[in-house]
Design a protein. Structure first.
Length: 407
């Protein structure tokens, strides 16, 4: 595990952190409209990113909002999972989380993982058990989001461990962040609005095409997924900063083929590399990884984690991310020569339903193939691939090749 006492050799300038906070608070929240006066925002910030916590708090206050600051301790998880018994792992203060879900209008989550392999020796079953018990809280927020009463966004803080993992100095790693988030622009929010408009146009074209299936084929993939008439495509909502992807939730019942991921996944204090998946009749029938396979096998044992919840494409024309960052938030938005594709096992996005989702019951979501799970983990390929849409009239149209949409 990374040395707790190791001192960072680079510190991001205060003026850039202020810009970063402005993008999150004044653009990302409220689906690109920014925080409104009187709204409550919970800011979850790891302790190593304390300067960012201050910038976020101050920006929320300037916008007239109410910040709830949570400074999260890093380096504690190994002790927690080593010492906690089953009753402690399953402890869920329901009333507390219900009131919290009722209170919040938004959350800002900052990712800062100074110990990427902290939990590699911990029994994966304990990690998944603790994760699953908190699913009701996630469900309450999803329901509130569907009603248009809650939004969230996620951002990255650079740490030595992740910089080392991808062969960069900490300063160069931060330069990648600045560039990806357009903090080097005089007005990054205006740039994000332009990207948002371009994504809306691509989504509009996809939604009008009446796509029944998509078929991705390339060196690392041969996968056919059913989309269907009741789906819409999403992207550019401010949920992740940066976010260049266009995505939807396929009908999990009808997924066939195989997929290989060439970007490592850093998840729950574990590292998973070179993942290979095979799907048959919508279910994951084979999964393996060159590293982290033990954890992967436990992950897919979780309820409905053996089904797809998301399919995504990133257009290289939007993304300035050209270097792996050892963090899914950035790696799933990679640009480079071929853009990227990713799939996510586990939870689907109900926002991808074309209609009033608030009127649907659990069995309705199941029938429509929106997967319900506590798990949601993305697996990314940056290899070349072509995506062909099969339309309801039986025709076929190439919608993505050479790393960009061609519609």
């Amino acid at each position: 595990m990374t040395d707790l006492n190791k001192k960072s050799t680079y510190h991001p300038p205060a003026e850039l952190l202020e810009k970063y906070a402005q993008v999150l608070v004044n653009f990302a929240l409220n689906s690109g409209k920014g925080l409104q006066p009187g709204e409550v925002v919970e800011c979850n910030v790891p302790d190593v990113a304390k300067p960012f916590a201050r910038a976020l708090q101050n920006q929320v206050l300037k916008a007239g909002g109410h910040p709830i600051m949570r400074l999260l301790p890093t380096g504690f998880d190994q002790d927690y999972y080593s010492l906690a018994g089953e009753d402690q792992l399953k402890f869920f203060p329901e009333k507390y989380y219900q009131e919290k879900a009722n209170l919040l209008h938004h959350t800002i989550q900052v990712l800062a993982d100074p110990f990427p392999d902290e939990l590699k020796e911990i029994d994966p079953e304990k990690i998944i058990m603790a994760r699953d018990v908190r699913k009701p809280y996630k469900d309450w927020l999803v329901d509130k989001e569907q009603q248009g009463k809650f939004t969230w966004t996620i951002a990255l803080w650079g740490v030595e461990a992740k910089a080392e993992a991808v062969g960069l100095s900490l300063e160069d790693y931060w330069q990648e962040i600045y560039q990806a988030v357009y903090l080097d622009e005089q007005d990054p929010i205006q740039k994000w609005r332009e990207i948002h408009d371009l994504q809306k146009e691509i989504r509009r074209k996809l939604d009008e095409m009446q796509i029944e299936y998509v078929h991705m084929k390339g060196e690392d993939i041969d996968l056919r997924l059913r989309i269907g008439a009741d789906r819409v495509w999403l992207g550019g909502s401010g949920r992740n900063i940066p976010s260049f992807e266009i995505f939807t939730s396929p009908d999990w019942h009808d997924v066939e083929g195989w997929f290989k991921s060439n970007e490592p996944v850093y998840r729950y204090g574990n590292i998973i590399k070179d993942t290979e998946f095979v799907f048959k009749n919508g279910v994951l029938v084979q999964a393996k990884a060159s590293q982290g396979d033990r954890f992967l096998q436990q992950m897919i044992k979780s309820e409905n984690a053996d089904k797809l919840g998301e399919f995504s494409l990133t257009d290289k024309r939007m993304s300035r991310i050209s270097h792996p960052m050892a963090e899914t938030l950035f790696d799933e938005n990679m640009g480079g020569p071929f853009g990227n594709s990713h799939i996510a096992i586990g939870m689907a996005f109900k926002e991808c339903y074309r209609g009033d989702g608030c009127s649907l019951k659990k069995k309705d979501w199941e029938e429509k193939g929106f997967n319900d799970a506590a798990e949601h983990t993305d697996f990314v390929t940056t290899k070349d691939r072509t995506v062909t849409a099969e339309l309801t009239d039986g025709s076929k149209v190439v919608i993505y090749k050479n790393g960009e949409f061609v519609i």
